[in-house]
Design a protein around this ligand. Structure first.
Ligand SMILES: [Zn+2]
Length: 149
């Protein structure tokens, strides 16, 4: 075997600890490891990682993408605006929910946005850009992404 696919990730055989890891581990990797551990908040690295993950997801429609986001417990996404060029996706119960508030305008869910970007770019076979415009950690009521199609 040369490399793994998303389907391989579901193959598990952990008899004692099972198939879940705690949210604090995911947060630690995301925020302390990537965001605080890499130069520039890990901006470009996180984008590369997220896009690659998004491209690897077995989704063919936006509904399937939103469902897998929920299934993976990243958050519960819903579309609040849609036109030919733009899509606004709100994420409730995001992995960052409940963390202490950081300084204003600080957003930390860039990896999750890049996952959407990778999946949507592959789905539409064109360049899609996703930007986080609201985040729990900057005091907003939820996280929100603006998607440019
Ligand atoms: Zn966020």
């Amino acid at each position: 075997m040369k490399s793994y696919t998303f389907e391989d990730m579901k193959k598990m055989n952990r008899t004692t600890l099972g198939d879940m890891v705690p949210l604090e581990l995911f947060r630690t990797i995301r925020l302390i490891g990537l965001n605080q551990g890499l130069p520039m908040g890990g901006k470009s690295t996180t984008l590369t990682i997220g896009r690659k993950i998004g491209e690897s997801l077995p989704v063919k429609t936006i509904d399937e993408l939103l469902k897998i986001f929920t299934d993976l417990k990243i958050g519960i996404p819903r579309i609040i605006h849609k036109d030919e060029r733009k899509l606004n996706i709100v994420v409730d119960d995001c992995f960052c929910k409940g963390l202490p508030t950081l300084e204003e305008e600080k957003m930390v869910c860039d990896l999750e946005g890049a996952i959407l970007e990778g999946a949507l770019s592959k789905m539409f076979n064109s360049k899609v850009s996703v930007k986080e415009i609201k985040c729990n950690v900057s005091g907003h009521e939820h996280c929100e992404y603006e998607v440019r199609l």
